[in-house]
Design a protein. Sequence first.
Length: 104
Amino acid sequence: MKWEFSDGTVASLGGNVEGATLFAQSLRKLIADEETTVSIWPEPNETVPLDANDPAIFDRFLRNEVRTPALGWMMTTLVRAPEVPPLPDPPNDPEDSEDFPLIH
């Protein structure tokens, strides 16, 4: 599975990133950092650890990063992405919470 970006960066499932751009360098640094987390659900849910081998989490990580305005990749866009499975439901699903009663 590969994700291709407009600056020539190519990321593959498993965390391999090809390219010499600032965006590619930033992705490699984040992937190598064991502390990197990914926001996959709306707040108030917490982030999850980056798993570069999980297609849905890795896809969300890449999409989040390309939307983060920074330095030289402000104009970088995702041009091609594989189909990935859906993300799991958030742990704090309002429908399952007593704090948010359902109104029928």
